[in-house]
Design a protein around this ligand. Structure first.
Ligand code: CA
Length: 221
């Protein structure tokens, strides 16, 4: 899962960014509304954290522009406490949820997990496919109850595929959602990562769909 943070308070943005990276997400950060809008328009994010008070272009305008352009990613807005009019303006502009400042990082993480679950049609942060169980909250994977050690990137890959069970996901799409902007992207390395995850899981839940990409089959009913 790949996230965008648009926040002009550099220290706050960096703190939040590292907490989200620790939680297993790929993260890009923008420090003003124009840059944030550009990234959200041109890159594929699974969710965005958007401060409303931003230089160059305010958060509500950024959001209105995205929605007018048909960008549908879930957006969590950061608002000043006691400014209920901001919350209303943000939600009217197309925000999916809000957190008032100052906030606890844990609350942002929990709300993000909920947004990501809803946007991919899952009711729980725990996903299961055959013997494989993924706990999004603890960033933990087990196979038949035994914990498997995955790197951050491997976890992201498995998590993305499991959130999109039954869908064929192309290598390009995986590349878009696994790496942050600064990463030297190469869709060929995806194949290597898939190979490693398969080996670690020791089970064939990740199918290769020739010429199209990868798919995790939906578990039998
Ligand atoms: Ca601000």
């Amino acid at each position: 899962m790949r996230l965008l943070i648009v926040e002009d308070e550099v220290e706050l943005a960096n703190q939040l960014g590292s907490a989200l990276k620790d939680a297993g997400y790929a993260v890009d950060i923008a420090h003003d509304g124009e840059e944030g809008h550009f990234l959200g328009e041109t890159e594929d994010y699974d969710a965005v954290i958007l401060d409303l008070g931003l230089p160059k272009l305010d958060g509500v305008s950024v959001l209105e522009k995205w929605r007018a352009q048909g960008r549908v990613m879930p957006v969590l807005i950061l608002t000043a406490r006691d400014r209920w009019t901001d919350k209303v303006a943000g939600i009217d502009a197309g925000a999916d949820d809000y957190v008032a400042k100052p906030f606890h990082t844990e609350e942002v993480l929990a709300r993000l997990r909920a947004l990501l679950r809803r946007s991919t049609g899952h009711a729980s942060s725990e996903l299961t496919c055959g013997p494989v169980h993924l706990d999004g909250r603890a960033a933990r994977v087990t196979v038949d109850g035994t914990a498997i050690k995955l790197t951050a990137l491997e976890f992201r890959l498995l998590s993305y595929l499991m959130h999109h069970q039954g869908e064929v996901i192309s290598r390009t799409q995986l590349t878009e959602h696994l790496y942050d902007q600064d990463f030297d992207r190469d869709s060929n390395t995806i194949e290597v990562f898939v190979g490693r995850v398969r080996k670690k899981l020791g089970t064939e839940i990740i199918q290769t769909v020739r010429g199209l990409g990868y798919r995790i089959a939906e578990p039998a009913p």
